[in-house]
Design a protein. Sequence first.
Length: 458
Amino acid sequence: MLILASNLAAARGQMAFTLGFHIILASLGVALPAMMLIANYRGLRHDDADALKLARRWSQAVAVTFAVGAVTGTVLSFEFGLLWPAFTGRFGQVFGVLFAIEGIFFFLEAIFIAVYIFGWKYLSPWAHFWSGVPVAITGLGGAFSVVAVNSWMNQPQGYSPSTGDVTSVEPWKVIFNPAVPYEVPHMILAAYLVTGFLVASIYATGMLRGRRDRIHRLGLLIPLTVACIATPIQFAVGDSAARAIAKDQPIKFAAMECVQQTSTDVTEYLGGRCTSSGIKGGIGIPGLDSFLVGWSTSTQVTGLDSVPPDDRPPANTMLHLSFDAMVGICSALIVLALWLGVVWWRRRDFPQSRWFLRATALSGVASVVALECGWIVTEVGRQPWIVYNVMRTSDAVTQANGVWVTFALIVVLYVGLGATLIIALRTMSRRWRSNDAEEEVPYGPDTSPPPTVAATSR
């Protein structure tokens, strides 16, 4: 029992660490190709040399992040079998089809990334542009497949268990389980939101340091526009997702909002610490929680008291604060989006003030924090189940020794990978800045100076 308890803590920690690291790279892999294509399209459509330079630079960043993401994603796939053998042994044939589909999308994406990067020199401009479209599409397909697995773990269906074994599987019911309609859009929008603000924050930081050239302006405006469009949509999707969770996973919702007793006219608390008697501290808004669930303060909200203590999610305070942080950051980013929208509507340009640039520079880190908080809510809120109401996490964990050792090795490996990625991207950035004036336009308008008379005569 002590070994299992120790393994459970180590396996949970390792899975949380690797997933938290990988989800950032996965988000970049989903959304950065689309922003690369937007810059490419603008460059071709408007003979914009700076947009073409941006597209080529971002294509190199796509390749680097894809390579590192391939490593971290492979580690995650092995962790399912090594850390949770009972889970994969019993349900592998249920969700295996989704992992197989994700593998196909992964290899297609790798092929088209290579075609796109080499195509800068060897393909015609529009053929090259269209070769990049599958990169964005396959990224979306891979995201759908993986998130659908997580959705199935939250709302399992499409299988017929008999004496603990899966006897038959209906793939379409597995793929399109009840949680897919809100989990998949929520994650894809999060990827565009995070990538947009993260990339824009880099160029905003450069502008704060005095780099006000057109490449920095375009590099900020393209991803920031995408992120600002995605943010209010994400807020609406997240609201509907929370309402669906209150209906389909009421105990998770009760833990998110720290609702101890089933009741109506439930108070919504912003912040605070969860205790067995309710929330201590925080700002309470009477009736709002019930209203958000059912558009009426008389709506009944299921409390944690409706199930035994062993069936309740642990670490309720962390879960509650993570949910509040996610919603709060998204609300702040909507304000930033409105700031951009109002100024653009009035001036046809984005705000140039240092306050706006500071806010944009901070938005990248803030969006990543919101992303991580969202996954904390998803995964911790499902506990103590690895498959909701079917298999407990403690029943799925490995009984082998040495999980803490692998956890330590994974931390060392990922710190090295993270450092390598940052060094590579910073080196690329410095090279771009030093060669900015001399950098050759991939194709499109010729911006090189005309040859001198002396050079012509020779």
